[in-house]
Design a protein around this ligand. Structure first.
Ligand SMILES: [Cu+2]
Length: 484
């Protein structure tokens, strides 16, 4: 078995070694700083214009203290957008869910919120006698606030002017919705050229068992809260197994007796559910039904026989909406993958002696402190897969997040041969594979053409924002076969 390591990427730029890249990095830094200064400046302008402009021309309301203004707010994955400026008085928040998932909008200081909105739905929050100040808006669906759905509503004693309203937008958009093409192009390009970026910490390390006298394979896990560098310089509080996200891979053979000993050093009770793995009921890891919660500081040992080949995962079940989203998830495999050896699918025959040159897990997340990530890292910290022309790659996708992710591989169709580890009678080729929460898809593909080929979730807001490329993107770097 080959496990992907972090090789030097020959075709993708290496930012820390290149003067050019360093210069570009500085440009990004100063560009972002410039934006920040512009934003602060715009907010000052709001105040100054407010002081000078007694007539309160334009804007949403009149000049009286009892003005009623309406502010349009758009929800999406995972952002809250709009010109979030209003005059003190009665303020209506006209909230529209422009995304595909359910969202709501909470005004934290007032404890008021919209109903849960499906994609396309709207609701209005009437806020009476709102005083000047800033108010925190967020979506209360678990994980969404942490993923970016939090912002401020700024209420001032004067009506916002058109110019001021434009300043409320944190983007390189111009005042009337025009794009600042130079700035926006530069931000996006620079963010992309930062790939691949080094960060501390790597998940999915294979966990070596201790072999007990009777042959049992004992795996030792500790769950704790760690600082995890999810993207360059951005550390989050991850809930991790053995200090890594995703947690370490557990791989055993069919027939193995398995023990998994977990010590819980997280702030909450926990347990481990072996997802997609058959166990006796009292080892299913669903406290309090099948066991007591493993309390803070306690240790518990799971024990079962691995009796069938499986491509599963393990994760907490108790408080999963906190602990799993924050990083307590990992791959668990029993036996060999059911490759479709010798089968012909859509005219392509898989060799009888098929073995992949590279195998890797691809764990998807989109929420909690970890956010939109591939294997616990957000672009440009995602790991490129560096391979040789002609290699066969085996990938297991696992979704430990809250929404489906259509994973798109440029250039090379992927042969889906197992769903949730169960071999398909009719494997199929696809370039985009939608992986819903809890699902696993196992694919192989043949990297026949050299180059840098991006590989990403095709929900485009999971990979790009105005601040640049981020999240669920990585690349295959296929090295040219050199004649010898
Ligand atoms: Cu996605």
């Amino acid at each position: 078995m080959t496990v992907i390591e972090k090789p030097a990427a020959p075709r993708a730029p290496e930012p820390e070694q290149s003067d050019n890249s360093r210069t570009l990095g500085s440009l990004v830094f100063f560009g972002m700083t410039g934006l920040l200064i512009a934003l602060v400046g715009a907010l000052l302008v709001i105040g100054v214009i407010g002081l000078l402009d007694d007539d309160g021309d334009g804007g949403a309301g009149g000049t009286g203290a009892a003005a009623t203004s309406t502010v349009d707010v758009q929800l999406s994955e995972f952002a809250i957008a709009g010109n979030l400026l209003a005059e003190a008085g009665n303020v209506n928040l006209a909230v529209t869910n422009a995304g595909s998932q359910q969202h709501d909008l909470v005004v934290e200081e007032l404890g008021t919120q919209t109903r849960l909105l499906n994609g396309g739905d709207s609701d209005t929050l009437a806020l009476d006698s709102l005083g000047a100040g800033s108010y925190t808006l967020f979506c209360s669906v678990p994980g969404h606030r942490e993923s970016g759905m939090e912002t401020e509503l700024i209420v001032s004693n004067e009506p916002p002017t058109g110019e001021a309203a434009a300043g409320g937008s944190h983007s390189a958009h111009g005042a009337d919705g025009e794009y600042d093409a130079e700035a926006m192009d530069a931000i996006m390009v620079e963010s992309m050229l930062a790939f691949p970026a080094e960060t501390e910490g790597k998940g999915n390390e294979i966990l070596d068992p201790e072999i007990l006298p009777d042959g049992t394979k004992k795996f030792v896990l500790e769950a704790s809260v760690i600082d995890w560098e999810v993207s360059p310089g951005e550390f989050v509080e991850a809930w991790a197994y053995n200090g890594q996200v995703p947690g370490p891979q557990i791989i055993v053979e069919v027939g193995d007796k398995v023990q998994v000993e977990l010590t819980n050093n997280t702030p909450l009770g926990t347990d481990i559910h072996f997802h997609g793995i058959q166990t006796p009921n009292d080892q299913d890891g669903v406290s309090p039904y099948t066991q007591d919660p493993i309390k803070v500081g306690e240790t518990f040992t799971y024990e079962f026989v691995a009796d069938e080949p499986r491509i599963g995962m393990y994760h907490a079940h108790l408080h999963s909406q906190i602990s799993v989203l924050n990083g307590m998830f990992a791959a668990f495999r029993i036996g060999e993958r059911p490759y479709p050896r010798g089968e012909t699918i859509s005219g392509i025959t898989i060799p009888e002696d098929f073995e992949p040159d590279v195998e890797l897990p691809m764990v998807l997340n989109d929420a909690g402190t970890i956010g939109l990530t591939l294997n616990g890292k957000s672009f440009p910290a995602t790991e490129p897969l560096v391979i040789n022309q002609g290699d066969w790659i085996a990938v297991d996708y696992y979704n430990e997040g809250l929404t489906a992710h259509p994973m798109h591989q440029h250039q090379f169709p992927q042969l889906v041969y197992a769903k949730d580890g169960i071999p398909l009678d009719n494997p199929y080729w696809a370039d985009t594979i939608n992986v819903a929460p809890g699902e696993r898809y196992s694919v192989i593909f043949h990297a026949e053409d050299p180059g840098v080929w991006v590989w990403h979730c095709h929900i485009l807001t999971h990979v790009e924002r105005e601040e640049g490329m981020f999240g669920m993107v990585t690349a295959l770097v296929v090295q040219e076969d050199e004649p010898t």
